[in-house]
Design a binder for this molecule. Structure first.
Ligand SMILES: O=C(O)CCC(=O)C(=O)O
Ligand SMILES: [Fe+2]
Length: 324
């Protein structure tokens, strides 16, 4: 691992990868690999998502979260283990914790439209009747970020010495989730548990996460030396990080870095925050067994063989979203 200590998350231009200039493409792959071998996060521009799409989705989800809890709860379906629709305040906690995070969120999943039998594995999306505009913009953003994610995985494949299109079929109609999050205002900080935070420190479950610029500060990533580094993406950037599935598949060559969302100072707890991550998952049958090319005498195999579907199931139980 390179010992470089980053003071901020490196910024890359996805157009360097897609433009057809082979030197730029290679430079992108090298820089991405270096960052993922170390801090596990980059910020990218030219990802294909427009400012207008971003604003429209934010406006829509703000309307949703500002509705009453009674209305929002109509869209909460516990039997789906939080995989679609609304997930209420404090329901999810980080792995290894009991206190729920100070957030509520909404899950939009894959819409399979090409006859792929995988459709039967996925629950239908849930759309709030109060917001007829939500379906179209959420699915448009879903597809656009998914396309950027496929490009990022192509760059990652090249860095790993795999065929460029190694991940393409594995993520085709994959189990990805778009998750608008509302870190709700807290008028009286004494009313929440002392150790409750917006998002306790965690690694993401999936292959990679693509995060749309948040409405406020708070996201921090844990550097190798134990220091928390704030992530301040520019409005035109997506923050893209490695998740546990990819770190497992690469025997930790790529780092799924621990991150968290801290609370604002006590006096500012009444300020809300919104963010929208896209968790890019493969199809459930993807084999996450450590790649042979990532195992050698200095890097013994760290993980048991497991499929993406089995790994996700384990995690949903650990996060409090699914019953055993
Ligand atoms: O809200 C954010 O900025 C990040 C959220 C996050 O890390 C997550 O939901 O996994
Ligand atoms: Fe996360």
């Amino acid at each position: 691992m390179s010992e470089k200590l980053y003071d901020e998350v490196p910024s890359l231009d996805l157009a360097d990868f897609t433009s057809g200039n082979s030197a730029k493409k290679q430079a992108f792959v090298d820089a991405l690999g270096q960052a993922y071998n170390n801090i596990g996060f980059v910020a990218i521009k030219n990802h294909g998502l427009s400012e207008a799409q971003t604003q429209k989705l934010y406006a829509t989800i703000q309307k949703f979260f500002l509705m009453s809890d009674d209305i929002k709860q109509k869209y909460e379906v516990p039997e789906l283990a939080g995989q679609r629709g609304y997930i209420g305040k404090g329901k999810e906690h980080a792995k290894g914790r009991k206190t729920g995070d100070l957030k509520e969120f909404y899950h939009v999943g894959q819409e399979v439209t090409d006859g792929d039998p995988i459709k039967s594995e996925y629950p239908d999306n849930i759309w709030p009747e109060e917001l007829p505009e939500m379906e179209e913009i959420a699915l448009e953003v879903y597809k656009t970020i998914e396309a950027a994610g496929i490009k990022m995985l192509q760059a990652i494949a090249l860095y790993l010495g795999l065929p460029e299109h190694y991940f393409d079929n594995k993520v085709k109609n994959g189990n990805s989730i778009l998750r608008p999050i509302h870190y709700f205002p807290i008028e009286n900080p004494d009313e929440v548990p002392d150790d409750a935070v917006r998002a306790a420190e965690h690694g993401d479950i999936n292959l990679i996460t693509l995060l749309m610029g948040a409405s406020a500060d708070g996201l921090q990533v844990l550097r190798n030396d134990g220091k928390w580094i704030p992530i301040t993406a520019l409005p035109e950037q997506l923050v893209v990080n490695v998740g546990d599935m990819l770190s497992r598949h690469t025997n930790n060559k790529l780092k799924s870095t621990i991150h968290r969302v801290v609370n604002p100072p006590r006096a500012l707890m009444k300020n809300r925050r919104f963010s929208i991550p896209f968790f890019m998952h493969p199809r459930s049958d993807m084999d996450l067994t450590c790649l042979e090319s990532c195992i050698d005498a200095d890097h013994p195999k760290l993980y048991e063989d497991i499929t993406a579907g089995e790994f996700l199931n384990e995690r949903l139980i650990e996060l409090g979203l699914k019953k055993k």
